[in-house]
Design a protein around this ligand. Structure first.
Ligand code: TPP
Ligand code: MG
Length: 375
């Protein structure tokens, strides 16, 4: 994940040197907020696994453990009016969008923790009204493009949203999240080509976690850096250290500035590693198809630890604070509530209580949204 000498990655790293990085303008409070959001995303993941083990939750979970810096760092610099399209690996993005306006601010343009928990529990209060327990939701009001099952399927939708917004005189950017596996889809090419031709402000994040289900990257693509695909479209292809929330923020902000100034799309590849199986149904198999040393190496730079180290260097965490809430490197079985800031635990508790209290939708709703209704 470090820059390789003589490679395109090293060239890119050199190009970035000398200019002031966007993260250098973040205040102490903003840096601490980034840190807290990493805990929030991690706790969401860990808590859902615990709830399922306790028998209080059903359905498959797709973990974003070890990949949280990509979500937190990419969302932090967006405007409320920007659009996003999360998929299966990005569940926390639904409530992290626009959370900078305040975790409990009802008017922010993101989903509430209650809505997201109701979705996971399949209850009436969920945007999907119990049709699914995971990411198949969206919200026009909150500027979240509905997640599609077809990998890369949100990129053409993002291009359409960006085109429509431009026609209406807007200046939004649209951020799409995709695993590296989705780059092999034909629609990935068609959509980015279209966005590039029309200079649409579409940013394609590639979460390169080195596995697409049980397929390793070398069987997915003949090039090592997925950002290299950008060359074929004449657009910037940036590489971020996906374990470092500040590097993700820097690269995404570079792409955002490019897109918002009318220069068109960009690809930001974030190098990371999938901590567990594809979903929790795949955890045991993943231990067999992935060598133990690879997993150990891939998980050795926990985004919480990387951020903590940076905050210590900046003098923003001192004394006892520097060693509080040591959640890094801990699995759902190992971690306890004491490993997380109390406000993070309280926020999740609020969402989970709402989900448990929310009723199941009425059976008559089953045919709703299947046929066009008159109202
Ligand atoms: C077009 C298409 N083919 C196959 C699938 C089944 N599928 C769902 S997720 C997945 C793996 C995706 O890997 P990647 O894009 O790297 O994302 P990751 O799960 O690693 O985050 C597959 C094959 C699908 N949803 N869509
Ligand atoms: Mg992948």
């Amino acid at each position: 994940m470090s820059a390789k000498s003589g490679s395109a990655t090293a060239e890119r790293a050199e190009q970035g040197q000398g200019s002031r990085r966007p993260s250098e303008s973040l205040t102490r409070d903003e840096c601490l907020e980034l840190f807290k959001q990493l805990y929030l995303a991690r706790y969401f993941d860990i808590r859902l696994i615990k709830e399922k083990k306790r028998g209080r939750l059903r359905g498959t979970l797709y973990s974003s453990h070890n990949q949280e810096a990509i979500l937190v760092g990419s969302l932090f610099g967006l405007l409320s009016t920007d659009w996003i399209s999360p998929i299966h690996r990005d569940m926390p993005a639904f409530f992290l969008k626009d959370i900078r306006q305040g975790w409990d601010n009802d008017s922010r343009l993101g989903m509430t923790i209650e809505e997201v928990c109701c979705q996971v529990w399949g209850k009436e209060g969920s945007p999907g009204r119990a049709r699914d327990n995971w990411s198949h939701i969206g919200s026009k009001a909150n500027k979240i493009i509905h997640s599609t099952s077809m990998l890369a399927g949100t990129i053409p939708a993002a291009a359409g949203v960006a085109y429509a917004d431009r026609m209406q005189g807007g200046n939004c950017v649209v951020l799409t999240y995709n695993g590296e596996g989705s780059t092999a889809q034909g629609i990935f090419h068609e959509a980015i080509n279209y966005a590039a031709v029309h200079k649409l402000p579409v940013i394609t994040i590639i979460e390169n976690n080195h596995w697409a289900y049980g397929t390793p990257t070398e069987l997915e693509s003949p090039v090592e850096d997925f950002a290299d695909r950008a060359k074929g479209y004449g657009i910037p292809g940036l590489i971020a250290d996906g374990q470092d929330v500040f590097d993700v923020y820097d690269k995404v902000m570079e792409a955002v500035e490019h897109a918002r100034s009318g220069k068109g799309p960009a690809i930001v590849e974030c190098k990371t590693f999938r901590a567990y199986g594809h979903g929790d149904h795949d955890d045991d198999r993943a231990m067999k198809y992935r060598p133990a040393e690879e997993v150990e190496k891939g998980r050795s730079r926990d985004p919480i630890a990387v951020c903590r180290q940076r905050l210590i260097e900046l003098g923003y965490l001192t004394g006892e604070e520097a060693t509080s809430f040591m959640a890094e490197g801990k699995s759902a079985t190992e971690a306890t509530n004491e490993d997380f800031p109390p406000e993070v635990v309280a926020y999740l508790n609020k969402g989970i209580e709402a989900a448990i209290a929310s009723p199941l939708p009425a059976a008559e709703e089953g045919a709703m949204w299947v046929f066009k209704e008159n109202n």
